[in-house]
Design a protein around this ligand. Sequence first.
Ligand SMILES: NC(=O)c1ccc[n+]([C@@H]2O[C@H](COP(=O)([O-])OP(=O)(O)OC[C@H]3O[C@@H](n4cnc5c(N)ncnc54)[C@H](O)[C@@H]3O)[C@@H](O)[C@H]2O)c1
Ligand SMILES: O=c1ccn([C@@H]2O[C@H](COP(=O)(O)OP(=O)(O)O[C@H]3O[C@H](CO)[C@@H](O)[C@H](O)[C@H]3O)[C@@H](O)[C@H]2O)c(=O)[nH]1
Length: 432
Amino acid sequence: MIGTGYVGLVTGTCFAESGNGVTCLDIDEKKVAGLNQGVIPIYEPGLTELVKRNHAAGRLKFTTDPDAAIPTAKCVFIGVGTPQGDDGRANLSALFGCVETIAPRLAKDAIVVIKSTVPVGTNRKVAARLKELTGRDVDVASNPEFLKEGAAVDDFTKPDRVVVGTLRPEVTEVLHDLYRPFLRTERPFLSMGWESAEMTKYVANCLLATKISFINEMANLCERVGADVNSVRRGIGHDQRIGFSFLFPGVGYGGSCFPKDVRALMRVAEDTGVEPRILAAVDEVNDRQKHVLFEKVKRHLGDDLSGKTVAVWGLAFKPRTDDIREAPALVLIDALLKAGATVQVHDPVAEENVREQYGDKLIYGEHHYDAARGADLLCICTEWNEFRNPDLDFLKHTMNAPVILDGRNLFDPADMAEAGFTYEGIGLSAGG
Ligand SMILES: NC(=O)c1ccc[n+]([C@@H]2O[C@H](COP(=O)([O-])OP(=O)(O)OC[C@H]3O[C@@H](n4cnc5c(N)ncnc54)[C@H](O)[C@@H]3O)[C@@H](O)[C@H]2O)c1
Ligand SMILES: O=c1ccn([C@@H]2O[C@H](COP(=O)(O)OP(=O)(O)O[C@H]3O[C@H](CO)[C@@H](O)[C@H](O)[C@H]3O)[C@@H](O)[C@H]2O)c(=O)[nH]1
């Protein structure tokens, strides 16, 4: 397994858990040294125990040495990052770097499996490059990953479906066998061509992102017309054609996937002469949504925030992860700092990552109540469970003013008014 990030470490560990011998290869020496000592570089529920158990059992190894990982492998999974490049396209330099590394070391019948999210055409290019480098046809399979951070182990071991794109049925069979332990209870294993598998990953993410931007736009509209988006959600969600999932309004989607994948598919569309109108709107609505809380802050405290203290609860792009890539909270924090505010923050697990980026520009509360102490206003950016039932009386008396701007709609406006708070969510109305 090449790459020990969210996808690589979870995939490698879960394959080891189902009885396979897995060697994880990464270029990050610190990460690999840590993993060999049981230090898990990311926060992901349930992962630490699995890594430690399989490492101790000798089924899961970590190395920076390609010679220790590649020559004996029957399948070589590539799960390195494919971040957004300068022009919005996916940057595939790490992926093709791996191809150069593995080519001279590949066993004769090894299958190369691309797990990273890659634009259409990439598997074909990888196969062509491997042929140039090895002088033979190497089996290449597309196997996009659909796990969510914060629920990665669960998603991997109980997938809604597994998608593989291959050229040969024999390759499909090897991957089917590998995934069989996770496919009991009739979970589908879907085999298709390279291009379809590559597109499936982008289409899934872009549709989910579209739902979020759509409901965010509707929430903003609800606010203007005095409707309540939660009531509207109930009103539409029971229609089985619509459903309830992924229609929670908020401060915009973040993370290492949706933002970059929407933009990468836009570039693919443009490159092939299709104008990506919906994708462009999804991206633009999301960028704007990340500023909605700051606009609300200014309405409450004015444009100049010097001398004001603003608290921010939740820094990760979603709960149960320490990942702050493209996190909406950071857009808010940047705007608050620029306007002169003192910013006091708390996140149950992402604080260390934020500290690396912001240092002493922020005040870090050990507890969420510490971050709110003395604040003129509290913003909520991530729906961590521990934020859902605060001691409102305590909060009211320790804040400088009882004002909450809730980017995740954790509370009922009527309850908050009764508790003596000025409270605004996203698209909420006191009338319900
Ligand atoms: N994070 C998710 O939830 C998620 C879910 C599904 C798919 N994906 C996709 O999976 C891929 C990986 O994402 P991630 O979040 O796990 O990335 P990540 O940034 O967390 O980890 C990538 C790892 O690859 C390593 N690496 C980079 N170049 C290398 C090389 N040449 N050899 C060995 N190791 C190398 C890095 O050191 C790092 O440890 C991306 O394409 C992403 O779009 C991510
Ligand atoms: O109703 C919703 C659902 C999500 N979000 C936001 O959307 C972002 C992404 O959330 P989520 O999808 O849960 O997390 P990711 O870990 O980014 O997972 C997505 O991206 C992965 C990487 O490609 C895919 O594998 C997953 O299937 C896909 O859900 C977060 O900022 C959430 O706050 C909302 O605002 N409203």
